[in-house]
Design a protein around this ligand. Structure first.
Ligand SMILES: C[S@@+](CC[C@H](N)C(=O)[O-])C[C@H]1O[C@@H](n2cnc3c(N)ncnc32)[C@H](O)[C@@H]1O
Length: 267
């Protein structure tokens, strides 16, 4: 991979998904794109980039999917799920006439975040409420996996026995033992491909948005625009949850911090 190849890749990914690839990521990019070179039978980086970046190329989606970093887990940063149980949900329940709840997992990766929200809500939300969790990601492969709700056993090793029994079924996929999130939770979660940098088709407002460990890959101007768009889509008093190493410092005056990387929309 030449310097020029790396610069082309980082320019294209920045323009498309807002992801900033600094030089320190060269090795990572090399190994991820090399995999696509092997799969497509390309003759090298020049050849592959010609294929992936040609107008209307089917390979472009695979190229983007290969570059994204999808690290996630069930109940990652568990204090955010405690916050739902201890603070957000009692507040929502105390709102007279409320029967609807909308939560968005933006940058949902393979779905563990959305299903952790669903597990947290499952027994606690009144049965007659219309509760939906939207899970979106720019990477179409992780969206498809999230939608299936199928995971390897290792992914749920850290969960308590009671959570596993209550929320997962054992399934066989191509003869291999897997677990699948139960249907009642899958019915609550809606997985869609969505690039946060492009137009959002959602109309209604959200009560809570999780966007954790996503904006860390973006630069400050992109973060600023995104936070403003999140504010537009949240109800007044709605919650925005970000990742442990992310900060909204000086990026938006439309939220107030209520601790633990949790924010409330104030205007
Ligand atoms: C590290 S994962 C975080 C997953 C989950 N939110 C969590 O905290 O466990 C970051 C996700 O952001 C997604 N992402 C990156 N750029 C994006 C964009 N422009 N639009 C939508 N998703 C994006 C990646 O594909 C990846 O799945």
């Amino acid at each position: 991979m030449t310097k020029k190849n790396f610069n082309t890749i980082s320019d294209v990914i920045y323009q498309h998904a807002g992801i900033v690839l600094k030089e320190i990521k060269e090795d990572m990019v090399y190994s991820r794109v090399s995999r696509r070179i092997r799969i497509t039978g390309s003759r090298g980086f020049d050849d592959y980039l010609k294929l992936a970046l040609a107008t209307g190329s089917d390979e472009f989606t695979h190229f983007v999917n290969a570059i994204t970093t999808n690290l996630t887990s069930f109940f990652r940063e568990s204090h955010h799920f405690d916050f739902i149980t201890q603070t957000a949900l009692p507040g929502w329940k105390a709102t007279p006439g409320r029967q609807r709840l909308r939560i968005w997992s933006a940058g949902s990766s393979t779905g563990e975040e959305a299903y952790s929200i669903a597990m947290t809500l499952a027994d606690q939300v009144p049965k007659n409420w219309d509760t939906k969790i939207l899970a979106t990601d720019v990477d179409t492969d992780v969206v498809a996996q999230g939608d299936s709700g199928i995971y390897t056993q290792e992914r749920i090793n850290g969960l308590s026995k009671s959570l596993v029994t209550q929320h997962f079924d054992k399934v066989k996929v191509d003869g291999a033992q897997r677990v699948q999130v139960k249907k009642n939770l899958r019915d609550m979660a809606f997985f869609k491909p969505l690039n946060l940098l492009q137009a959002w088709p959602m109309r209604g407002q959200f009560d809570m948005i999780f966007c954790r460990n996503v904006v860390i890959y973006f630069d400050k101007p992109t973060q600023k625009v995104l936070l403003d768009r999140f504010a537009d889509l949240l109800v007044l008093g709605g919650y925005l949850i970000i990742g442990h190493s992310e900060s909204m410092y000086k990026l938006s005056d439309r939220f107030t911090s209520i601790g633990n990387t949790t924010y409330r929309k104030i205007k």
